[in-house]
Design a protein around this ligand. Structure first.
Ligand code: PRP
Length: 213
């Protein structure tokens, strides 16, 4: 049996992906058991295997062919820069990659000052400041709660995703510049695209039909 292995991003994106797959007529019943600590789920009838992974690991599994397909945010795809075909915007997981900070930091950005930028996305931050803004900055990698950066004076601004804006608002910060819009994407291993062409193409076509952009 030739399986199609799909890596899902743990959390909200996985839930939204399951809903879309079901709308497209794929059963995801094997993923229903919320109490299990199992990591991989096989559906023999459909020839599908699913596993859940942390977002930044999804493009890694796909590049190496451990997963044929991955569903992951475009923020992670940009940051990780792995080899894979990006085939579909799934239309959920929408948010914005932004430069944010206290209002006072706005002038530091306008005057191209040498500032400190905290981010979970050092590659995206570097690309934005060096290649798009031509501003030399000091980038500090953090692993979460990035909004703390400007509050405790670790950094002047942050580069992070903003969805509702409430984390920024509740911490006295604001969006200062927009880097790019973000949404969930489907990526495909380059070899699987050839070797499992029929199954992969069918999946893409069925999801394209039901996604709402
Ligand atoms: C993300 C992001 C912001 C927040 C934005 O963090 O890094 O902190 O969500 O959402 P909002 O605009 O709706 O408030 P996440 O919850 O993934 O946790 P983290 O800070 O630990 O990365």
């Amino acid at each position: 049996m030739q399986y199609l292995t799909i890596a899902l991003t743990k959390g909200r994106l996985a839930k939204d992906t399951v809903s879309l797959l079901e709308k497209a007529g794929y059963s995801c019943d094997v993923l229903r058991d919320k109490t299990t600590r199992k990591l991989i789920f096989t559906d023999e009838e459909q020839g599908l295997r699913f596993f859940l992974a942390k977002g930044p690991d999804v493009p890694t599994y796909v590049e190496y062919g451990a997963a044929d397909i991955g569903v992951v945010g475009s923020d992670i795809i940009m940051e990780e820069n792995r080899r894979a075909y990006e085939v579909l915007d799934l239309g959920f997981g929408k948010c914005r990659m932004c430069v944010a900070g206290p209002e006072e930091a706005r002038s530091l950005l306008q005057h191209h000052e040498m500032i400190r930028v905290a981010s979970k996305y050092p590659n995206i931050a570097r690309d934005y400041f060096y290649n798009r803004k031509h501003q030399t900055v000091d980038i500090i990698k953090l692993n979460g709660s990035v909004e703390l950066g400007p509050i405790v004076d670790l950094s002047d601004v942050i580069v992070d995703i903003v969805e509702t804006g409430s984390t920024l608002y509740q911490n006295g910060l604001a969006v200062l510049e927009e880097v790019c819009p973000i949404s969930a994407r489907m990526i495909v291993n380059q070899v699987s695209m050839q070797m499992k062409a029929q199954k992969v193409r069918e999946l893409i076509a069925r999801l394209r039909e039901v996604r709402s952009l």
